[in-house]
Design a protein around this ligand. Structure first.
Ligand SMILES: Cc1ncc(C[n+]2csc(CCOP(=O)(O)OP(=O)(O)O)c2C)c(N)n1
Ligand code: SF4
Ligand SMILES: [Mg+2]
Length: 304
């Protein structure tokens, strides 16, 4: 099929489904997440993608998705979703598409975009009550360009721009709380390593209209420096140590879908990742390890 013969995504051969060959890393937690979420969202989805690793999924005019894929700059995904929603609404109003042909505008953006460059456009979109789902795969750094520090980088982690002895001195922003402060229709944190919980959150988001967040920690073997086979284990440990709370915001209330009990020490999560190796060798950085554990304990103390 030539490029000129392709008038819409419907013209693409049915073999163009997710997983048809990309240049992504083995064990990518972000890709695992997209597989799980796409199974739930289905083909009537227009992904609006901010530049990042997931951009590698599409090479124009091909995309592994059955719906649509719109590439935007890092700062503009939420504005792009507004354009997609508006275009669909106009087509519906003019009866150019039937209601059952309507699609969902879904932002697919990394943490560099979601916690930083794209936050202003996202804030404005939530304020306008835009009907969209915002999926952030959070690999805690600017992964596609070599894992530079982002607004999501955790305390003590080594990145390509924080190679100091003690790692990143700052603390990860709480994007879930930032979204909740906007009073969206829905917000949830999920992880691909807990697929049942993820399915419940995504299905709930799909049943609502308005601004909705699905925020997912996305273990990244390349940026976090661990064996790709450990992606699921690392995701589970993030939850079991309490470092990554699975939370849901609906009707102004925050609840936790899993309260890890007993919580494993944070060290069990940290010590298997190269980005935290300097906290253990050549000698233990007791101060940083204590700070990280205290932050987690403090969080759960105000929850329990
Ligand atoms: C304004 C701007 N600055 C820099 C870049 C180069 N760039 C492309 S992808 C990327 C990393 C994006 O990080 P994140 O949003 O966390 O997604 P990830 O790469 O981790 O998937 C950067 C910096 C860009 N596209 N636009
Ligand atoms: S750098 Fe990380 S997020 Fe990007 S494709 Fe590789 S494993 Fe996935
Ligand atoms: Mg990232």
């Amino acid at each position: 099929m030539t490029e000129t013969a392709i008038k819409s995504m419907k013209d693409l051969p049915s073999t163009h489904l997710l997983g048809t060959g990309t240049s992504m890393c083995a064990g990518c937690g972000g890709l695992q997440l997209v597989h799980e979420i796409y199974d739930l969202l289905g083909g009537r989805t227009v992904f609006v993608n901010a530049a990042g690793c997931m951009t590698l999924l599409a090479t124009w005019p091909f995309t592994p998705f059955r719906g649509g894929f719109l590439y935007t700059s890092m700062a503009s995904a939420a504005a792009g979703a507004q354009g997609v929603r508006d275009a669909l609404d106009i087509l519906l109003a003019k009866q150019r598409i039937a209601p059952e042909e309507d699609m969902t505008a879904v932002v697919l953006a990394g943490d560099g975009s979601s916690y930083g460059m794209g936050l202003s456009a996202t804030s404005a979109a939530i304020e306008r009550g835009l009907d969209f789902i915002y999926v952030c795969y959070d690999n805690e750094g600017y992964g596609n360009t070599g894992q530079q520090t982002s607004g999501a980088t955790p305390h003590g982690a080594r990145t390509s721009t924080n190679g100091t002895k003690r790692g990143y001195a700052g603390w990860k922003k709480d994007l879930f709380a930032i979204w909740c402060a906007h009073r969206p229709v829905y917000a949830a944190t999920v992880i691909a390593a807990e697929p049942l919980d993820l399915a419940r959150r995504v299905e709930r988001a799909m049943s609502l209209k308005g601004p909705r967040l699905i925020l997912a920690l996305a273990p990244c073997p390349t940026g976090w420096d661990y064996d790709p086979k450990d992606t699921v284990e690392i995701g589970r440990l993030a939850v079991k140590t309490g470092l990554y709370p699975l939370r849901e915001y609906v009707d102004g209330r925050i609840t936790h879908s899993k309260v890890p009990h007993p919580r494993l020490p944070v060290e069990e999560y940290l010590r298997i990742q190269g980005r935290f190796r300097h906290l253990f060798e050549p000698e233990r950085d007791e101060e940083t390890l204590t700070e990280i554990q205290a932050a987690v304990d403090g969080y759960w103390k105000q929850v329990e």
